[in-house]
Design a protein around this ligand. Structure first.
Ligand code: DAH
Length: 338
């Protein structure tokens, strides 16, 4: 017995444990049911009672010694596989769960809208959010002191610079480049100095559209927008155009889609009419084309500006616009997977 104990102890001490595989091999050799330690315990059973007295204690010391050797080796291994932040790579621990982020619903809706127009041949353009007076107002036929400037409450940075009040400013930048024809959409964020409430915010999002070519007509504008509405809201969506006024388009219109009044008690979306305004549009005013050095004898065009936030509210049944931008994870988590 003595000899066996000593040999196995010797063998265990000289067992090199440098990896989790070594550790497992050690366990398989010494500590499992059919391992060397247990084999001695089996032999112990067949000893007579005198011998048992003699070896019982010895055997337990032997077993503890091998087990503590194993535990120490295991601890040592864990220490070595700890990363710089002290996290262990112990394969017995549950894995680290990396939460996936998700896209913001407003970005998602903006992209969905853009894709519909891209399929119609529109390319995507962007422009600065801090804009000068020329691009946001003057070139778009808002002369200084023109009352139409009051339509949009502006955040001024200084006399000539402001946060853009609409994405129409990007139209001007595109036209000034002078590469015709233009068939572009311009998604982006805009800012207005308005009281913040469930239905309005001091910033929101628009998708602007501009098509300039030879012989573009109001019929082209209507067809483009019908196509958008059918793709986005469904083939049977009713729409109507109402005459309107914007300084940069002539004639100008606004387009409404019919939602019915069932949702009214909830969302006050249509103010009891069933109709929701989703965009402004029109034929680009010749003054604007001339401001951008485009020959009005040859070229004409249409433009439109779609509001994104209200459409996102409608799409997801969101009752308060502000919740989009509170960064409340409980709200945003609902859009995981977009
Ligand atoms: N810029 C307008 C607004 O913010 C929306 C708009 C109306 C854009 C008509 C256009 C347009 O391009 O043709 O209220």
């Amino acid at each position: 017995m003595r000899e066996k104990i000593d040999t196995i102890l010797q063998e265990s001490k000289s067992f090199e444990i440098k990896s989790t595989t070594d550790l497992e091999n050690f366990r398989l050799k010494f500590l499992v049911k059919k391992g060397l330690v247990n084999q001695l315990f089996q032999e112990f059973k067949s000893l007579d009672s005198e011998e048992k007295k003699k070896w019982g204690k010895e055997l337990n010391i032997f077993k503890n010694s091998i087990e503590s050797f194993f535990n120490e080796a295991q601890n040592e291994l864990n220490k070595n596989t700890t990363d710089s932040e002290g996290r262990s790579e112990n394969s017995f621990l549950p894995g680290y769960y990396n939460e996936l982020g998700s896209r913001h619903p407003i970005s998602f809706v903006m992209e969905e809208m853009s894709q519909i127009f891209e399929r119609l041949g529109f390319s995507v353009a962007t422009g600065p959010e801090v804009e000068d007076d020329w691009h946001n107002f003057s070139a778009l036929n808002f002369p200084s002191n023109h009352p139409a400037r009051d339509m949009q409450d502006t955040f001024f940075v200084d006399e000539d610079i402001a946060l853009r009040t609409h994405t129409s400013s990007v139209q001007v930048r595109l036209m000034e480049k002078g590469e015709l024809p233009i068939r572009s959409i311009m998604p982006g964020r805009v800012y207005r100095n308005e009281a913040i409430s469930a239905r309005s915010n001091c910033f929101f999002h628009q998708v602007e559209g501009l098509y300039i070519d030879k012989g573009v007509s109001f019929a082209d504008l209507k067809q483009t927008l019908y196509n958008f509405v059918q793709e986005f809201f469904g083939a049977n969506t009713k729409v109507r155009f109402r005459a309107s006024y914007f300084p940069f388009t002539e004639p100008s219109a606004e387009m409404d889609i019919y939602l019915g009044t069932e949702t009214e008690s909830d969302y006050k979306l249509t103010k009891g009419t069933g109709w929701l305004e989703i965009l402004g549009c029109g034929m680009v005013d010749p003054n604007v084309l001339e401001n951008c050095k485009i020959d009005t004898k040859e070229y004409s065009g249409f433009a439109f500006g779609l509001g994104v936030d209200r459409i996102a509210m409608l799409k997801y049944g969101v009752k308060d616009l502000r919740t989009f931008f509170n960064n409340d994870k409980r709200f945003l988590d609902q859009f995981a997977g977009l």
